[in-house]
Design a binder for this molecule. Sequence first.
Ligand SMILES: Cc1cc2nc3c(=O)[nH]c(=O)nc-3n(C[C@H](O)[C@H](O)[C@H](O)COP(=O)(O)OP(=O)(O)OC[C@H]3O[C@@H](n4cnc5c(N)ncnc54)[C@H](O)[C@@H]3O)c2cc1C
Ligand code: SF4
Length: 418
Amino acid sequence: MEKDIQELTNYCLNCASKPCSQKGCPLDNDIPTFIKYTKEGEFEQAYQTLIQTTVLGSVCGRICPHQKQCQGSCVRGFKNEPVSIGEIEAFIFDKAFEEKYDRSIKKENVLANKKVAIVGGGPSGLTCSAFLARKGAKVTIYEKYDVLGGILSHGIPDFRLDKKILNKTITSILNLGIEVKYGKELGRNLQLADLQKQYDAVFLAFGANISRKMEIEGEELEGVFGGNALLELQNHPDYENKIVAVSGGGNVAMDCARTIKRLGAKKVMVIYRRSKEEMPAEEKEIMEAKEDGVEFLFQNNIVKILGNKKVEHIECVKTKLIEKEGAKRKIPIDIDGSNYILDVDYVVMAVGANVETDILNTQHLPSTERKYLEVGQNYRVGDTNIFAGGDLIGTTSTVAWAARDGREAARAIEEYIN
Ligand SMILES: Cc1cc2nc3c(=O)[nH]c(=O)nc-3n(C[C@H](O)[C@H](O)[C@H](O)COP(=O)(O)OP(=O)(O)OC[C@H]3O[C@@H](n4cnc5c(N)ncnc54)[C@H](O)[C@@H]3O)c2cc1C
Ligand code: SF4
């Protein structure tokens, strides 16, 4: 294994301009330096380099969309394959677990006697907690479930992320001296105003995991599910001999389709209104879904769900893609007269997710036009002692971006409470 990894590191050019770090990696991990140490067999040094900027290396190394992040900017990738940055990062963090490297980073104690509450124990909340605890703050995470990890634990299926690896990561973070209060849900048995009084600062990171609706006829029929809820609550129906249509083209669509196929559905179709090239899911994920037997209908769109009480058919339409000034991606337009009907038993909507707006309203939190929590500069909510980050504020929805918010908000909180 070590030999294979060192071979991967030999391929890195150790570019002085570090595009992989500076343009590609949301966490600004010092990639050339940790790869150089790995190449030299200095694994602990490689690890110490990485933990300056991340506490989630074993997770990010495995599930970041590398092609869209670090590896997408790798100079090697312009002509050939990029360096396998994710694989090397995961190796180093796994090695740190095995060898029990010192994970603490010297505590600076600049925040001794300061108390911070974190609401939500996903990638953003965990990262913020770790960076504050390293500064000596007394950190308490309030989490609505009895497990931490957020979507990493109750969204991403086990076949993509081994929960043993996740649990080791979480334990190593909690060992920094972080307290957790499980079963505490903001808006239900936890009120923001109370936290504001008890703590010097509060960091909100409760995500955005309410499935968006497609706003089409038939969405209320029995057998229509929200993709996020399906993965979060695992309330799957019996799929034996059933045909399932999954609408969407991102992580949630891929994870739903693959999970449902593995749970025994006869046929699973991912229906996506743009082409494969525009799909937010990575090429690797599409390939793996195909290997699982998932079928893809690109440039098709569900326009109606039909049935008597429960789903029986869907009406689809073919689309064409047009360029539009100012638009980042091509726009799908329905082709007149191309409508057709498919027999299906279930429909899964995986077309994006929203913040739970009730919480924003009841806790008197401001929202943006797109209904995310509104923060100002430095992740701060107005002139309060509340800070927020991750999916909740509408950051690019990946683990590394959510973690970046957590780390940067920790810096802002330190500045604020000192
Ligand atoms: C199915 C799926 C697959 C994905 N796959 C990938 C991938 O492969 N790679 C990638 O980089 N990104 C992926 N993402 C995106 C990534 O998981 C998210 O961007 C990231 O988890 C956001 O982190 P967060 O901490 O902001 O929120 P979350 O991970 O959602 O964590 C929020 C936490 O807050 C808790 N919580 C919620 N409400 C309350 C409340 N009222 N009170 C207290 N606690 C509360 C939740 O239980 C949870 O622990 C995927 C997302 C989904 C849904
Ligand atoms: S861009 Fe690629 S080759 Fe250059 S330092 Fe980064 S990982 Fe190595």
